[in-house]
Structures are given as structure tokens and as C-alpha cells.
Design a protein around this ligand. Structure first.
Ligand code: PBG
Ligand code: ZN
Length: 326
């Protein structure tokens, strides 16, 4: 006890602190989520997400150059289509000539070592903005959604995606996708499940980026409830049993307890999705002069790793050198 024990001895100089501190997550831990659109030479900055844009595939290749150079390991692709291409079930999502499919092909050919993940969902492709076709009563038709999700995953795998990442939170989606991949000889395609994904108020900027706000209602009937932790954890347990290769917690900064619990419960790799609202929140704070952006980015990203994340899906990833190199 004090005065013999003085913990300040252990942090008295930068050299001692460097020796004892866990390093900041390296670029190899990061996956950059990027939004791809049809056409060429298109670059649409997203107001709600400074530093992020919707990009046509040629522009994505340009932006990936420095990202790959910085050592970032992966990209997570989200697609968008014109309203005229949307339909009730989101079938444009498995169009082999779609922006995501083209992006996968071109990114893999230009950067063969970059790990390419594609988000498997239909909310940006349905007229109603929900993550699957609707039943008469307006509820998402779970099993019909699974059939669409499986087709999307197969089309991404065929384009050359390393990882497919279903985010619709349908029951049985992991099994449906794994079965379809294997039946089509894609048994090496990894499946990263958005396994514990909450119905969150932190997806606002993303929905602006993706134009995927549901027309009516919300996603509480399929995304997990933050008030029911046990069921939220069962979502991940079941996805593991269904054959997911990797699990995910999303959002992540508001759910560090969930991450830590999952870390104890599973030996699968866990990704933390540091979502759009968490990203923009720090930007907004810094913009008002209420906090140092770099400090907030480093501290919050370190928290995700400390809580148990192996992989960080993060919009900071395309600015790694700026925020993580001292
Ligand atoms: C949709 C999807 C969402 C995100 C990723 N996939 C939003 C939603 O459920 O409406 C959110 C990502 C973010 O906020 O950064 N399936
Ligand atoms: Zn969705």
C-alpha cells in the first residue's frame, strides 16, 4: 500500500509507458467500408460522413491505392442502385453486372492481396427499404429473404469475394448462405456474420449514404434489441452453430460489454463494426472544438481491441496514416 506502492512509477515517462502499453491496432486489423455506385468518374461526398463518398468503381480503385499502401488489409463493399432498379425483393443485389460485383472483380484484379468482403443484404435494393421481401402484413418474410440472400452471396463469391457478410439478421441466414456457397463449389469463401447486430440509432449517417432508410416502420422486428442481452448473445451462438467463420458486434463502441462477453464465449474471430454514427459523432465533436479528433479516434479504436475485437470495420481505415501514426 501507499506510500510504498506508487503506481505512478509505472507511467512516469514516455519510455516506460511505451514499454507497458499495448500498441495501437495496426493497419492489418482494419477493414474499410466503402460505397460503390454504377457509372464512371463518379464521386459523391456523403454529408453526414466527412471523408467518405459514394464512388464508381474506377474511383474506388483510385482511393484504394493509398489505403493499401498504408497497410490496411481489407475493404467491405456496399452497393447502391437507382430507384428505378429497386424492386420488392431486392433482386438487383444479385445482378452479376452490379456495382458490387464489378468492384469485387476489379479490386481483386488490381489488389490481389487485399481481403475483399461484400455486405449481403437487400435494404439498398428494395423499394420499401427493408432487409427482405415483405409479407401481406408488412413483416419481413424471413425464409423468402434467406433465398435472396443466398443468391446474393453466391453472386459475390462468383465475382471473387474472399468474404461474404450477411447483415439482414434473418433467422437461418448463415445456414442458408453456407449451404448455397458449398453447393456452388465456393467452400473456401469465408462467411462473416453480422451475428449480434442491434436495432440501433447509430446507423443514421449510413442510411443517408446508402439511401436505405425503411419507408415505413423500423428494423426492430429483425435486428437485436439492446434491452435483451441474452437473446442478442444467442444470435451469435446460433450463427456459430450454423457455420459462420467469423462473428461480429455492431455497433461496437456502445456495446463493449457485448464484445467482451462474446470474447469469452467463442474462439471464432470477432469483428467490431465501428458504425457510421460512432464515426460521425467524433467528427461532430471535433468540429465544434469539443475534443481532439485524433485522440478520440485512437482511444476509441484501442477500446475495441481491448474489449476483444480481432478485426475493426472502421471508416477511419481509409485515413489510417493520419489518425494512427504519431
Ligand atoms: C444494412 C446495414 C446497416 C449498416 C450496415 N448494413 C444499417 C441498417 O441496418 O440500417 C450500418 C453501418 C453503419 O451505420 O455504419 N443491412
Ligand atoms: Zn439491410
Amino acid at each position: 500500500m501507499y506510500p510504498e506502492i506508487r503506481l505512478r512509477r509505472l507511467r512516469q515517462s514516455a519510455g516506460i509507458r511505451r514499454m507497458l502499453d499495448a500498441p495501437l491496432p495496426g493497419p492489418e486489423k482494419f477493414i474499410w467500408p466503402a460505397f460503390v455506385i454504377d457509372g464512371a468518374a463518379k464521386r459523391e461526398p456523403i454529408d453526414a460522413m466527412p471523408g467518405q463518398s459514394r464512388l464508381s468503381v474506377d474511383q474506388l480503385l483510385i482511393d484504394l491505392e493509398p489505403v493499401v499502401e498504408s497497410g490496411v488489409n481489407g475493404v467491405l463493399l456496399f452497393g447502391l442502385v437507382e430507384d428505378s432498379e429497386k424492386d420488392y425483393a431486392g433482386t438487383a443485389a444479385y445482378n452479376d453486372k452490379g456495382a458490387v460485383q464489378r468492384a469485387i472483380r476489379e479490386v481483386k484484379s488490381r489488389f490481389p492481396d487485399l481481403v475483399v468482403t461484400a455486405d449481403v443484404c437487400v435494404c439498398a435494393y428494395t423499394t420499401h427499404g427493408h432487409c427482405g421481401p415483405l409479407t401481406e402484413s408488412g413483416d419481413v418474410d424471413n425464409d423468402a429473404a434467406n433465398e435472396v440472400l443466398a443468391k446474393i452471396a453466391v453472386s459475390y463469391a462468383a465475382a471473387g469475394a474472399d468474404i461474404v457478410a450477411p447483415s439482414a439478421m434473418m433467422d437461418g441466414q448463415v445456414e442458408a448462405i453456407r449451404t448455397a456457397l458449398d453447393a456452388n463449389a465456393f467452400n473456401q469463401t469465408l462467411l462473416m456474420s453480422y451475428s449480434t447486430k442491434f436495432a440501433s440509432a447509430m446507423y443514421g449517417p449510413f442510411r443517408e449514404a446508402e439511401k436505405s432508410q425503411p419507408g415505413k416502420g423500423d428494423r426492430k422486428g429483425y435486428q437485436a434489441s439492446y434491452g435483451d442481452l441474452r437473446t442478442a448473445l444467442r444470435e451469435s451462438e446460433l450463427d456459430e452453430l450454423e457455420g459462420a467463420d467469423m462473428l461480429m458486434v455492431k455497433p461496437s463502441l456502445f456495446y463493449l460489454d457485448v464484445l467482451a462477453k462474446m470474447r469469452e464465449a467463442t474462439d471464432l474471430p470477432i469483428a467490431a463494426y465501428n458504425v457510421s454514427g460512432e464515426y460521425s459523432m467524433l467528427h461532430a465533436t471535433a468540429e465544434r472544438g469539443w475534443g481532439d479528433l485524433k485522440g478520440m479516434v485512437q482511444e476509441s479504436s484501442a477500446a475495441l481491441v481491448r474489449a476483444g475485437a480481432d478485426i475493426l470495420i472502421s471508416y477511419w481505415a481509409n485515413q489510417y496514416d493520419k489518425y494512427f501514426r504519431n
